[in-house]
Design a binder for this molecule. Structure first.
Ligand SMILES: CC(C)(COP(=O)(O)OP(=O)(O)OC[C@H]1O[C@@H](n2cnc3c(N)ncnc32)[C@H](O)[C@@H]1OP(=O)(O)O)[C@@H](O)C(=O)NCCC(=O)NCCS
Length: 150
């Protein structure tokens, strides 16, 4: 796809980042204090060295994003690159955008000398599972969660 740019997100991208997260079925803020909290969390990702948001831009519009955390593990000298969120806008899927965002994660992982990239994908996301398999991920674990508070 032409005119695609991959870059680090900045504060001016806030609204487009939030819109993409809603397409990932992430909750919308219910109150203004929740909106402030979400905004603060995104800015934290932009400011802290162990977190990043990378976006894909086409004609000055953000069409995809991946968020990244660099996690220290107890029994490893190297970091793990963890991906909490990956989403491509509904009208730009299947065009190579997701693959290029993952490629930028691979480049960061190599630069930071990470030992692996890891992510979780909900059971219902069958298309995403096919995508991960296609681009070289292995299904290596089951994920367990316990809800504490809604
Ligand atoms: C999953 C997602 C990120 C993939 O991004 P994308 O831009 O649509 O995927 P790409 O176009 O980069 O596809 C890369 C490769 O995977 C293949 N692929 C993508 N979806 C596929 C599917 N459902 N089944 C089989 N192959 C698939 C593509 O054909 C392509 O193969 P190629 O390299 O041989 O051409 C995107 O579809 C999305 O945002 N989905 C909704 C949100 C989501 O589920 N996010 C993941 C949360 S864990």
């Amino acid at each position: 796809m032409k005119n695609i740019k991959i870059r680090k997100a900045s504060k001016k991208d806030l609204d487009e980042i939030l819109n993409l997260l809603y397409q990932l079925q992430r909750p919308r803020p219910k109150t203004s204090s929740e909106h402030t909290a979400f905004r603060k969390r995104i800015f934290q990702y932009l400011d802290e060295n162990d977190k990043k948001i990378i976006v894909s831009e086409c004609n000055s519009k953000i069409i995809g994003l991946v968020s990244i955390m660099l996690l220290p593990r107890l029994n490893r000298t190297k970091l793990e690159l963890y991906i909490p969120e990956l989403v491509v806008s509904e009208d730009h899927r299947g065009l190579g955008v997701g693959k290029s965002l993952i490629k930028s994660c691979v480049n960061i992982a190599k630069k930071k000398k990470c030992f692996r990239i890891r992510l979780e994908s909900g059971n219902q996301r069958k298309d995403a599972h096919q995508f991960y398999k296609k681009i070289g991920f292995e299904q290596s674990a089951l994920s367990y969660t316990m809800t504490i508070e809604q």
